[in-house]
Ligand binder design. Structure first.
Ligand SMILES: Cc1cc2nc3c(=O)[nH]c(=O)nc-3n(C[C@H](O)[C@H](O)[C@H](O)COP(=O)(O)OP(=O)(O)OC[C@H]3O[C@@H](n4cnc5c(N)ncnc54)[C@H](O)[C@@H]3O)c2cc1C
Length: 371
């Protein structure tokens, strides 16, 4: 969506396809980091963006046993906003879509699912899609796969996916928040368990981190055992855990970390989770996807307008984004292996990420927003 906005703003004709009828997806990527707020600032959108309901976090703290430790402090960043904004992803996406619609070159087609790529003479020239009124074809000088970590278009394009694994999944649910609730640590590591607690104003968003593959065992032990395990970590929530009335109230989100070896083919580029699925560790996934969009817009907008886009431009987008992606994934894997895995009592595995050396960051400084 952000790439659509940036390209439309640069005078490029854009069609964004979204398979769902809305952006209402709970428990996904609500942490808007200072880097993304900086981009909103550069686009002149920060003031109206911050009018949307959000919570500000100036630092992140976790509790390990009885000790509370700060893990992130945003107050020293050289950015306009020195805090993280917790904002529902649908508000963020609706905001960007509204801004993008101001440009006559932007079109958003909801309930339209890309079902296949159109390839002619070795170049991708569009997508086939299923819309509300039946099948359509959209032809374009560049197709961008920004359709998340389950993107099937990657296999169709013959791109190789490197899976880096993740030892855990997350069970998410909500608990009501009372006006006199004290601020809580964002994460609790204790008694062989990990709990994430996000203050969403009127409710707590709670993530219970479990060993991958242990869902059936946890369900088999029953809801009472589940509630008790959480109450032991957060006694203040004990009574409220009755709000979880059935497993329907608890959503499992599977975690995985992977990446494409090559993010592009002639006429086709993948960005965001489709190019590199991120773990929820650090809550950085949407912010990396946003940065990919900015880098891509900076590289491709002008060549598209002038009709001289080449595969070299797409290679440049990957080169620009690959180092931060690899470094972030490596950190996520290290945290998974050194903190999550031992806390959950899982066997230690060798950290499998290939080293980041050998990846060249581009020397040239690319402007961060498209003017
Ligand atoms: C449990 C969990 C918790 C997370 N928590 C956080 C967090 O707190 N903060 C954070 O920054 N990141 C978090 N992440 C990571 C974050 O969700 C992703 O990194 C981020 O959403 C990637 O953005 P994206 O735009 O690339 O893909 P997505 O957000 O997955 O968006 C892809 C879009 O494409 C649409 N789509 C898919 N296929 C098609 C198709 N064929 N045609 C048309 N449309 C299609 C989808 O409906 C979707 O709207 C979390 C991930 C997990 C698994």
């Amino acid at each position: 969506m952000l790439l659509g906005l940036l390209l439309a703003r640069a005078g490029v004709q854009v069609v964004v396809l979204e398979k769902h009828a809305d952006f209402l997806r709970d428990f996904r990527g609500d942490t808007v980091h200072p880097s993304t707020l900086e981009i909103m600032h550069q686009l002149g959108l920060l003031e109206s963006f911050l009018k949307l309901p959000h919570r500000r976090m100036h630092e992140l703290r976790v509790r390990m046993g009885n000790t509370e430790v700060p893990v992130a402090d945003f107050s020293h960043l050289p950015t306009k906003c020195r805090f993280l904004a917790l904002m529902p992803q649908w508000d963020f996406l609706n905001f960007i879509a509204t801004e993008a619609r101001r440009y006559p070159t932007f079109a958003l087609r909801m309930r339209t699912e890309a079902t296949g790529l159109i390839e002619e003479a070795g170049t991708f020239v569009g997508v086939r899609a299923q819309g509300p009124d039946g099948p359509i074809e959209v032809r374009a000088s560049l197709v961008v796969g920004a359709n998340g970590r389950q993107s099937e278009l990657r296999e169709e394009a013959g791109l190789e996916i490197e899976s880096l694994g993740a030892p855990m999944d997350v069970m998410w649910f909500r608990l009501s928040r009372l006006p006199d609730d004290r601020p809580q640590a964002m994460g609790t590591f204790d008694r062989g368990r990990i709990l994430i607690l996000l203050d969403r104003g009127e409710h707590w968003q709670v993530g219970y981190v479990i060993a991958k593959g242990s869902l059936e065992q946890i369900r088999g032990a029953g809801l009472d055992a589940f509630r008790e395990a959480i109450a032991q970590l957060e006694p203040f929530a004990r009574e409220r855990l009755r709000e979880i009335q059935s497993w329907e109230d608890v959503k499992l989100l599977t975690v995985r970390i992977d990446r494409l070896r090559q993010w592009y083919r002639p006429g086709l580029l993948f960005i965001g989770d489709a190019a590199h699925a991120m773990s929820p560790v650090g809550g950085v996934g949407i912010n990396l996807a946003v940065q990919d969009a900015v880098a891509a817009a900076n590289v491709v907008a002008e060549p598209i307008r002038q009709g001289r886009l080449t595969t070299g431009h797409l290679r440049r987008v990957q080169r620009r984004r690959e180092l931060p992606t690899r470094m972030t994934q490596r950190l996520q894997i290290l945290m998974q292996e050194l903190i999550v895995r031992p806390t959950l009592g899982l066997r230690f595995e060798r950290v499998r990420t290939p080293a980041v050396e050998g990846i060249r960051a581009e020397e040239e400084r690319v402007p961060v927003a498209v003017e």
